[in-house]
Design a protein around this ligand. Structure first.
Ligand SMILES: Nc1ncnc2c1ncn2[C@@H]1O[C@H](COP(=O)(O)OP(=O)(O)OP(=O)(O)O)[C@@H](O)[C@H]1O
Ligand SMILES: [Mg+2]
Length: 510
């Protein structure tokens, strides 16, 4: 009995890891080859010649009911993660000696997170609790929780970690900063001739050998709580978020604030301020989190980027009184209370119009995936506001903004051509985000799911009319396939996240 109880985290971790990998297989391995067949109540697919099946609901979100199986010797057997990894390896050409290890590490991390959560107390702040609720992570990623280093659990949001930032003092002659940094100056006192630079304690350990005499260690500073991205933390006393660099691979990339991204955040903040002001007039539910300043030390690229911190406003500061910000990815975990159609209509009306308005009217590409959007819920739990964050993913459409005067690398990193920008908008908003929310709202009810998408279609069609029916939006409403980011493909290729391609999937608006 004891063994069974303590093995529950391992079993749940196996189940979640299998589900995420199988979703990737449907979307990226079998799907593009025409090897996925609906056979109600099952979905069948073939990977490396082996037939697999699972009961599903939730449309493109692929929620599984019961254990996925493989056909072996004429009988259906339960499928295990390690077997599916071997099938993927056999199916995909080439060789990747890391893949199996990353999937296994992610599974082990989920189990460790589940064990740690059982002993930990979630934050009282409901927004922070939602940031720390992503136990299983990205549902379409082969290794959603793989995280480099040995120390990760001490800093894991899912384990409700809480720790003091490390305060460094930067000698003023090597200070690198831009924008409003009053929030950082208030975090501690530095000796004369130095300025306070808060740093992630994990990163300080990783960089310790490279820290020289221009930096002094001022010891622990204010307590902070990690948000869902791990490297961005909330400092409750100062009421700001701090986006740190972490030289650790978290899902797809080393989480480093490149020097041109530090500069880009502040540049985008000043450019987006008037644009959002206009957008709020038209869509009053719209909010965003400005990133008004960054600070680091001009001590070569490694330290400049490794210690670079971006100040970001708190969602509490931008939501109206009585409105509680909640991470969109956390809203996927449980069906909302009350009338599903009214809730979904309020949700889509808050989230989608500003994204489309910004793209078509202002040439701005947001990255509104589930982890970059917070939804403000009113006292009855109805969506009332949408908060967009993470300027690293926000881009300006090439040719629509005057970028003269910017450093070419800064300008390059914050522009996208129109087509690439549109693919990103559609992937993040529809595939990554609304598909998951819709699946949660509808539960097992496929008729309700269809009704939700009909409603979304009508809401978007109305806005398309107001925008003068731009062609890409008309195509979308007519049912053009949606671009789904190929997370398995980019891990298999061991390529940078920005090199990830898309695979087409069916459009639920059709
Ligand atoms: N549905 C999802 N879509 C995208 N990312 C997700 C999703 N669910 C969980 N995540 C996780 O959220 C993180 C998103 O990373 P992203 O690059 O947007 O954030 P960041 O730039 O590091 O930090 P921040 O969002 O604070 O600016 C990753 O760790 C990813 O695994
Ligand atoms: Mg993000």
């Amino acid at each position: 009995m004891q063994g069974l109880v303590s093995d529950r985290p391992s079993a749940l971790a196996e189940e979640a890891t299998l589900a995420a990998l199988l979703r990737c297989c449907v979307r990226e391995v079998a799907g593009p080859r025409g090897l996925v067949w609906p056979a109600p109540p099952y979905l069948l697919l073939r990977v490396a010649g082996t037939l697999l099946r699972a009961r599903t609901h939730g449309g493109a979100a692929l929620r599984f009911d019961g254990a996925p199986e493989r056909l072996e010797g004429g009988a259906w057997q339960p499928l295990a993660v390690d077997e599916l990894v071997r099938l993927v390896e056999a199916d995909l050409r080439g060789h990747n000696g890391e893949f199996a290890g990353q999937v296994a590490a992610s599974r082990d991390a989920v189990a460790a997170i589940l064990r740690a959560r059982a002993e930990a107390v979630p934050p009282a702040d409901p927004w922070l609790a939602s940031e720390q609720a992503l136990v299983f992570g990205h549902p379409f990623h082969p290794s959603p929780k793989s995280r480099g280093g040995d120390d990760w659990l001490r800093y894991a949001p899912e384990a409700h970690a809480e720790f003091p930032v490390r305060l460094l003092g930067v000698r003023e002659d090597v200070l690198a900063e831009e924008g409003d940094l009053s929030a950082l100056d208030g975090m501690g006192a530095a000796p004369s001739g130095y300025r306070v630079l808060p740093a992630h304690p994990w990163q300080v350990e990783l960089l310790r050998p490279a820290l020289g005499a221009e930096l002094i260690d001022l010891g622990p500073g204010p307590v902070v709580l990690p948000t869902s991205s791990v490297r961005t933390v909330y400092a409750p006393e100062a009421e700001v978020c701090l986006k740190f660099s972490l030289d650790v691979r978290i899902t797809n990339c080393l989480r480093k604030n490149a020097w041109y991204e530090l500069a880009g955040a502040v540049e985008l903040t000043s450019r987006l301020t008037p644009i959002f002001q206009e957008t709020v007039v038209k869509y009053p539910a719209t909010r965003w989190l400005p990133e008004p300043g960054h600070r680091s030390a001009a001590l070569g690229t490694r330290l400049h980027e490794g210690l670079g911190v971006i100040v970001r406003e708190s969602p509490w500061a931008v939501c109206s009184p009585g409105v509680t910000p909640v991470l969109a990815a956390a809203l996927v975990l449980e069906a909302p209370p009350g009338d599903p159609l009214a809730w979904w209509s309020a949700y889509v009306s808050a989230v989608a119009p500003p994204v489309l308005e910004l793209y078509f009217t202002h040439g701005v590409v947001l990255e509104p995936h589930l982890q970059n959007v917070l939804v403000g819920l009113d006292g009855s739990g109805m969506p009332a506001q949408a908060v967009f964050r993470d300027l690293e993913g926000a881009k300006l459409v090439a040719g629509r903004h005057d970028l003269d005067g910017l450093h070419p690398e800064v300008a390059g990193a914050l522009t996208y051509d129109a087509e690439r920008g549109w693919a990103r908008v559609v992937y993040c908003l529809l595939v990554n985000h609304l598909t998951e929310i819709a699946a949660t709202v509808a539960g097992q009810d496929d008729d309700l799911l269809r009704e939700l998408w009909r409603l979304a279609h009508d809401l978007l069609a109305r806005q398309a009319g107001e925008l003068g029916r731009p062609l890409p939006l008309s195509d979308l409403l007519a049912g053009a396939p949606l671009p789904a980011k190929a997370n398995l493909g980019v891990r298999w290729a061991r390529a940078a996240d920005r090199a990830a391609g898309y695979v087409p999937i069916a459009n639920p608006l059709a």
